[in-house]
Write a protein that binds this ligand. Sequence first.
Ligand SMILES: [Zn+2]
Length: 69
Amino acid sequence: MSGDKINYNCIRCGAPLSTDEIGLYKKMINRGAVEFMCIECLSRELSVSVDELRSRIEYFRRMGCILFL
Ligand SMILES: [Zn+2]
């Protein structure tokens, strides 16, 4: 929360992760996670479409979730 820029990469494919993807992973998998997956690998993991995951990010953001501010 201090604004430190830490670059995370997907543990599956190595793609650089956005804060949305990190927040989504925390929401969907494990709030205390320290390693994350990109939205595409997460969609495969959960058998949910990328579009569905993107709409969930928007939903969480609208709900004011702190992970997506
Ligand atoms: Zn990935």
